[in-house]
Write a protein that binds this ligand. Structure first.
Ligand code: HEM
Length: 384
């Protein structure tokens, strides 16, 4: 079989504005071999769902998975019963009601603090001044490690990401220093007894070893930092691209939730997730061989016209927006989704406090996996 559209793809095209290419692939080669990715790319919504739901055939459990090489075995790199054991130890603390109870006040006060810090200046860079610090503060709060500040969590996370990037590029690397520090803090936390209201990590330790708790604590950083920073930044960009949209959501606050979802659909912060075929399998019209890398393009599935009418249009009244795959589906469905939505909605609400808010210059998302504008400069009127 030949895949001429896939063969023509370049990394620059996939990183900059991949949507026209993804649309061509979806029509001509919905399961396409992409030489520059050294794997298959799935661009149709139904095929993406099939891969995400069938962990027996399309697994995350493969030694090539670079995150697992840095943080060890965790829910992100397991499938089957072992995955359930790791995931359940954490996921139940992120259910909607518990997320609301534990985080609503914290998120509101962090957003107030961050917006309050820039309000008098009349300008901000949304990623570095608001979205990034909020995402790190929330993950720090969720981990609940005594004496560990957001700056420390950021530095550990940066070390993990640097190591994962180096390994992905074929260079040997590790993040032993950061990992040892995280481990020491987790051990301290597990040594404390708080039977009435155990912390997230202490409750996870009831069914996981300390090594497993440490690996999954690092995975919460992978799950919750770059992704949420991107989700918030993209949502602000989408609202400000058209001044009518901002006015509309502030007139009709019920539309804030729609603004969060529609932005996540159009530009998912995690645009691609990876699986490995456990056997030879026919997918669409393609024959995927055992061991092949299968990359699901969430960005492409989210614009499949078979599911979303006029899919490139930003539509705050889209009835079926919740069919987007931005938080994946199947066994690895993101359990931080409720928290990430809360963070994004709280930021969008707070923007109402900055009169005349607008883009200082045009921006657009970039990135192969994590997509967001490199910077998002905004300005507003300062009322004396
Ligand atoms: C506080 C914020 C977040 C936390 C704590 C979090 C946590 C996690 C965790 C632990 C997983 C792994 C679940 C498993 O393997 O069973 C996961 C998966 C995932 N998350 Fe999140 N996440 C957050 C925000 C986000 C955001 C903003 C996005 C994108 C819009 C996102 C997209 C995903 C996707 C696509 C997966 C599936 C990965 C895969 O199937 O390979 N997450 N998340």
């Amino acid at each position: 079989m030949t895949f001429p559209v896939g063969a023509s793809a370049t990394i620059e095209e996939l990183e900059a504005d991949p949507h026209p290419l993804l649309a061509r692939l979806r029509v001509a080669e919905p399961v396409s071999w992409i030489p520059v990715l050294d794997g298959w790319l799935i661009t149709r919504h139904d095929l993406a769902l099939r891969v995400l739901r069938d962990a027996a055939t399309f697994t995350v459990d493969d030694p090539r998975f670079s995150t697992a090489q840095v943080v060890g075995t965790s829910m992100l790199s397991l499938d089957g019963a072992a995955h359930t054991r790791h995931r359940d130890a954490f996921a139940r603390r992120f259910r909607p009601a518990e997320t609301r109870a534990r985080f609503t006040e914290f998120v509101r006060s962090e957003v107030d603090r961050l917006v309050g810090g820039v309000a008098a200046g009349g300008h901000a860079e949304v990623r570095a001044d608001l979205a990034g610090p909020l995402a790190v503060a929330v993950v720090t709060e969720a981990l609940g490690l005594r004496g560990v500040t957001a700056a420390t969590v950021r530095s550990w996370y940066d070390a993990f990401v640097a190591a994962v990037s180096a390994i992905t590029a074929g260079r040997p690397a590790n993040a032993t220093d950061a990992y040892d520090r995280l481990r020491t803090k987790v051990e301290e936390a597990l040594g404390e007894r708080a039977p009435d209201d155990p912390s997230l990590l202490a409750s996870a330790a009831r069914q996981l070893t300390t090594d497993e708790v440490v690996a999954n604590a690092a995975v919460l950083m992978f799950g919750g930092i770059d992704t949420t920073e991107g989700m918030i930044t993209n949502a602000v960009l989408h609202l400000l691209e058209d001044p009518d949209r901002l006015a509309l959501v502030h007139r009709e606050p019920a539309l804030i939730a729609a603004a969060v979802e529609e932005s996540a659909r159009l530009e998912p912060a995690a645009a691609v997730v990876d699986r490995y075929a456990t056997e030879d399998v026919t997918l669409g019209e393609a024959r995927v061989a055992k061991g092949d890398l299968v990359r699901v393009s969430i960005a492409a599935a989210n614009r499949d016209p078979a599911v979303f009418a006029d899919p490139d249009r930003y539509d705050l009244r889209r009835a079926d927006v919740d069919r987007h795959l931005s938080f994946a589906r199947g066994p690895h469905f993101c359990f931080g989704a409720h928290l990430a939505r809360m963070e994004t909605a709280t930021v969008l609400q707070a923007l109402g406090r900055l009169p005349g808010l607008r883009l200082a210059r045009p921006a657009s998302p970039r990135g192969l996996v994590f997509r967001k504008p490199p910077a998002l400069q905004v300005v507003w009127e300062v009322v004396p």
